[in-house]
Design a protein. Structure first.
Length: 197
């Protein structure tokens, strides 16, 4: 993230290590993509170029040499190779960072991508509620609100829970991955249990 200076970068002899925080099984992340977070609580979106076998909780090491660091649709992305990625272990847990929606929006609005702290990170919003959308379902864009503001909650139409009704009323917490889509700040849950009533 620190290497990126506004234009695409071809990486030298680097490796990154982290835990997969996205869940390909629920399909609320595009095919070939995984979100990875390291011990310093910094995350990045990784695009492997095609289907991969890494699942939520996998600890992986990615050899980035010769790969590219770009901004794709507003979010910093590492274009990596699954062939140069090693699974170290599985079943790891990343504790989400508790944030307010105002904090998320301020951070994601930072025009200097490498300075965004919460982008591609697993975060938790407390005392919040869902609204909007179509028919009270998760599918597409809904709105997540807490006392500090609002943010778009995004669910891919292909997600296994897209047709599920979102929980109404005040929620104890919502956990998801924060990112940017062009100019829109977004939070996306990974599975239904990310929402606690």
């Amino acid at each position: 993230r620190k290497i990126y200076n506004g234009t695409g970068v071809k990486l030298g002899n680097y490796k990154i290590h982290g835990v997969v925080t996205s869940s390909s099984a629920e399909k609320n992340v595009s095919t070939g993509t995984a979100f990875v977070q390291d011990e310093s609580n910094r995350g990045i979106m990784v695009y492997f170029g095609g289907a991969h076998s890494y699942v939520l909780g996998d600890s992986i090491t990615i050899d980035c040499s010769g790969d590219s660091l770009i901004v794709y649709m507003g979010t910093l992305e590492l274009k990596a190779s699954a062939a140069k990625t090693t699974k170290v272990s599985s079943g790891k847990t990343i504790n989400p960072m508790v944030v307010t929606i105002a904090q998320l929006n301020t951070d994601l609005n930072n025009a200097t991508v490498k300075l965004r702290m919460y982008e591609s990170m697993l975060v938790k919003v407390l005392n919040c509620n869902f609204s909007g959308g179509t028919g009270g379902k998760y599918s597409g864009n809904t709105t997540l609100t807490d006392a500090s503001g609002t943010i778009t909650h995004r669910t891919a139409t292909s997600a296994t829970f897209a047709s599920s009704l979102y929980l109404t009323g005040n929620l104890q917490s919502v956990t998801g991955i924060a990112n940017k889509y062009t100019t829109t700040n977004q939070l996306s849950i990974r599975k239904l249990t990310d929402v606690v009533q």
